[in-house]
Design a protein around this ligand. Structure first.
Ligand SMILES: NC(=O)c1ccc[n+]([C@@H]2O[C@H](COP(=O)([O-])OP(=O)(O)OC[C@H]3O[C@@H](n4cnc5c(N)ncnc54)[C@H](OP(=O)(O)O)[C@@H]3O)[C@@H](O)[C@H]2O)c1
Length: 288
């Protein structure tokens, strides 16, 4: 069993931490809002007061945080950051959805301390995190990835080692862009069909059966029809991922017109007050 620190106990991190605890790992947890750690502490995890405190003595440090800015603060703050205490020889596991640029910066900061980094963002949402059925997209040196594979297996049903450091972050941004573009198109086309006299339930009965509709889009279509937009993958995070795909694309000179359009659509949904809603809530732009 491994001494693991999990930092960031939001919707995803808390569920991932619970899987690790239930599998018998020795878990230390930190969250900015301490109340979110209570259930894990009651179940046997040790509570830390700072990221620095959580990482001290850990063999693996896993973070599941909002974005680059939050991750930078939590890893690199000179007073409380993980990098001030993570032991030489430990493995850093960045599971947040972040830019490849941040992964490079984190690698530079940690390699100076003799700490290996693996980027391992996930596809799947709260139900998959709870069931240990996330899909990990992993970047990093093979020996380090193999070291953490048994830990990732506790949280994921599939672990794809996609390449060198940063490969996970690149793939994750591509996956979410592909998902977000499909859902935005579905929302707008259900709006079109509704105006043409075909209500969303009738439309989805057909769209859900044709092969051009992905299983993920079909699932979201069901939520749109039911008007159920309780957050699983909130629009605020969807917009962030599009923004990060564009930023990363600029770094390598890629042309991303569909991603650019997707970002604008989700930004409009945020401006309309739907930032907290599930990704399916983008359809509210087009349906009464
Ligand atoms: N939700 C999904 O379906 C999903 C799926 C795959 C990947 N992801 C990615 O996974 C990551 C986490 O997502 P989530 O849904 O778990 O988000 P979340 O519920 O909003 O959790 C965010 C975490 O970041 C912490 N945080 C935010 N600002 C902070 C700050 N300034 N200092 C320290 N900690 C801070 C939060 O702490 P507090 O509790 O104190 O706010 C919380 O632990 C994101 O990168 C997201 O894009 C999400």
């Amino acid at each position: 069993m491994t001494r693991i620190a999990v930092i960031g106990l939001g919707a995803m991190g808390a569920r991932m931490a619970r899987r690790l605890l239930d599998a018998g790992h020795e878990l230390t947890v930190y969250n900015r809002t301490p109340a979110r750690a209570e259930a894990l502490v009651a179940a046997g995890a040790r509570r830390a007061d700072t990221p620095k405190d959580a990482a001290a003595g850990a063999e693996v440090v896993l973070t599941m945080l909002t974005d680059d800015d939050v991750a930078r603060r939590v890893w690199l703050d000179p007073e409380t950051g993980i990098a001030t205490s993570i032991p030489e020889g430990a493995v850093a596991l960045e599971c947040s959805t972040v830019t490849p640029g941040w992964i490079r910066s984190l690698h530079d900061a940690l390699s100076a301390r003799g700490v290996a980094l693996v980027d391992a963002p996930v596809a799947g949402s709260r139900p998959q995190a709870e069931a240990g059925q996330l899909i990990f997209m992993v970047g990093g040196p093979a020996p380090t990835v193999e070291r953490v594979r048994p830990i990732l297996s506790v949280m994921g049903g599939a672990i794809h080692h996609a390449g060198d450091l940063g490969a996970g972050a690149w793939l994750k941004l591509a996956v979410n862009s592909l998902f977000g573009i499909q859902v935005a198109a579905l929302g707008e086309l259900l709006g079109l069909l509704s105006k043409a006299g075909i209500p969303p339930d009738k439309a989805m009965a057909v769209l859900g059966e044709v092969p051009v509709t992905s299983p993920a889009a079909k699932g979201i279509g069901g939520l749109i029809v039911a008007g159920r937009h309780a957050p699983l993958f909130p629009i605020d995070l969807v917009e962030k991922d599009f923004r990060y795909a564009l930023l990363a694309g600029r770094d390598v000179g890629a042309e991303l017109p569909a991603v650019e359009a997707g970002r604008r659509i989700y930004a409009r949904a945020q401006e309309a007050g739907h930032g907290d809603a599930n990704i399916s809530g983008v359809a509210k732009l087009y349906l009464a």
